[in-house]
Design a protein. Structure first.
Length: 253
């Protein structure tokens, strides 16, 4: 498989981090998940991963983590800004201090991938949040279908797509660059920026005032519901789902 032989350390977290790790594991990477002692988890994103429980509050636990990360290709950090730095496991320890070029890192080929909710620069950088907050700040929430209020798309758009998928893409790009330079790097992903990026098409249409999203909310063909897909039970040959999108596709033979 494409990522066979790649060693990944994934700290257990909420949806985006485990999903990024799942993408790597599904493509052949060896992913080891770091769980906290006494943590109970029903995470369904553990497919193809190994798990080890380490108490990072103990000196012996931190030392073990340092050794494991020092021999890894990728680290996935799902925590709020500063958590791994307070444990003494920040990027500088492994990648070196780039300010003067004198301090060598323990693993300068490491791809240090970090996922947070809000951008790391700005008024919300230290704030905790949820999927709905990231959708709103990205500008995407107001464009979702619904005449009176937008329909919430579960946590697919911000958590999984804007967070997990964009982090995995960043890791793959960093691995390609490492193949040319021999050096690792920090990959920063935030769910607000990631959601905006995957939503480029509707955001640009809204900005230009064109297409289905041209005009104020509730008065466009999308947000007032004329282009929303309604689920209607119909019998089709072979059980194929049918989506009626416009008048040209509304006739069934």
């Amino acid at each position: 498989m494409a990522l066979a032989g790649l060693k990944v350390i994934e700290f257990a977290g909420l949806a985006p981090g485990p999903f990024a790790g799942l993408i790597l594991a599904d493509n052949g990477a060896s992913v080891t998940r770091i769980d906290r002692p006494s943590a109970t988890s029903s995470d369904v994103l553990c497919r193809g991963k190994r798990s080890i429980v380490i108490d990072s509050k103990l000196p012996s636990g931190r030392k073990l983590l340092e050794e494991m990360i020092s021999s890894a290709d990728v680290l996935i950090d799902p925590f709020r800004p500063g958590v791994l730095e307070r444990l003494g496991l920040g990027p500088e320890l492994f990648l070196g201090d780039g300010s003067d070029g004198r301090r060598k890192g323990l693993n300068e080929k490491l791809i240090y991938a970090r996922i947070v909710g809000f951008p790391r620069i700005g008024p919300y950088k230290d704030m905790a949040g949820h999927d709905i907050n990231y959708l709103a700040l990205s500008g995407v929430l107001a464009m979702l279908p619904g005449a009176d209020k937008p329909t919430f798309p579960l946590n697919i758009a911000a958590d999984f797509a804007g967070g997990g998928v964009m982090c995995a893409v960043g890791i793959l790009l960093a691995l390609m660059e490492r193949g040319r330079t021999g050096r690792g790097q920090v990959v920063n992903t935030d769910m607000v920026s990631g959601t905006r990026y995957i939503s480029s098409f509707p955001l640009i249409q809204s900005y230009l005032g064109s297409g289905m999203l041209g005009g104020p909310r509730g008065r466009t063909s999308w947000t007032e519901g004329r282009h929303s897909i309604t689920h209607i039970p119909v019998k089709t040959e072979g059980g194929c789902p049918l989506a009626v999108w416009n008048p040209n596709s509304s006739k069934c033979s």
